[in-house]
Design a protein around this ligand. Structure first.
Ligand code: ADP
Length: 262
């Protein structure tokens, strides 16, 4: 519990600072991008200055992407909580996700067998899925298998090692994002939810993706459990409180253990 409190305080402090900086930066970048675009449109083809201006624009676009992530991370966005079927969210996102992962990664989804009603801010849950799928893609640079499934489950007690809301019990929706990628060792796993922790190259990772996921799941009263093995792959399990009492698939401790490890 102390660890969770420490994490929450750290997120709060970093979030406030990052949000302030990101906001000012965003205004500056808007000017840079605007004027550079004007330069590019006025320069003649073959003018070396045009090529340079295009480089400035690409760099500024990258910076704008980073400030967007920072704002998403820091902003206490007003949540619009509504009952929705998670199956619908997944179905709506499938096209986007396929485009995101490219052709070398095989996406496996499971057709829904039951309604998975959760009270959520759909946009934020989409963000969670997007961040997890982006990480899965990055963990499989040479292709692989990505499985994205959701089903109903009943939690007797929070799974050991889970982060988020420790009091979650009872009917849940379980969202699983599983990849056959690089996996993580114990030292990495310990830090993945820390804001700005990244193992990705400069310009590729912000270290905010999972901090955002953590914040959103926590705000929804949910839990996250991560299973990962170097060289084999990673599974993120997100538990969210379920509204209806649909079909219950009890999740035994055995199944959790069978998935193994850290
Ligand atoms: P970023 O993606 O910008 O690095 P994240 O917070 O999303 O930031 O992730 C932090 C780190 O966690 C990543 O740099 C990577 O080392 C590790 N990670 C996250 N998801 C996975 C995954 N599916 N497979 C392997 N490593 C992962």
């Amino acid at each position: 519990l102390e660890e969770q409190l420490r994490q929450a305080q750290k997120m709060e402090a970093v979030g406030q600072m990052a949000g302030g900086i990101a906001h000012d930066f965003n205004n500056i970048l808007t000017a840079i991008i605007g004027y550079t675009s004007m330069l590019i449109s006025q320069a003649r083809d073959g003018d070396p200055a045009k090529e340079l201006a295009q480089r400035v624009l690409r760099a500024a676009d990258r910076a704008a992407g980073l400030t967007r992530s920072l704002l998403a991370f820091s902003r206490k966005q007003k949540m619009e909580m509504k009952p929705v079927d998670l199956n619908e969210i997944l179905k709506n996102q499938e096209h986007l996700l396929r485009r995101l992962i490219g052709e070398d990664i095989l996406l496996r989804t499971e057709p829904a067998t039951e309604p998975l009603i959760v009270r959520v801010d759909a946009g934020q849950i989409e963000q969670v899925i997007l961040n997890l799928v982006t990480n899965a893609r990055d963990a499989m640079p040479h292709g692989g298998l990505l499985s994205l499934t959701a089903h109903a489950a009943t939690l007797e007690a929070p799974p050991a090692g889970a982060v988020g809301c420790p009091s979650l019990e009872g009917p849940c929706v379980l969202l699983c994002v599983s990849d056959s990628g690089a996996g993580m060792d114990g030292t990495t796993l310990e830090r993945i939810f820390d804001p700005f922790f990244t193992t990705k190259a400069v310009g590729k990772g912000t270290g905010l993706g999972l901090a955002i996921v953590h914040g959103i799941v926590q705000q929804h009263g949910g839990l996250i459990r991560v299973y990962s093995h170097p060289g084999i792959g990673t599974t993120f399990k997100i538990y969210l409180p379920r509204l209806d009492s649909g079909v219950l698939v009890p999740e035994s401790g055995e199944e959790l253990l069978a998935r193994g490890g850290t």
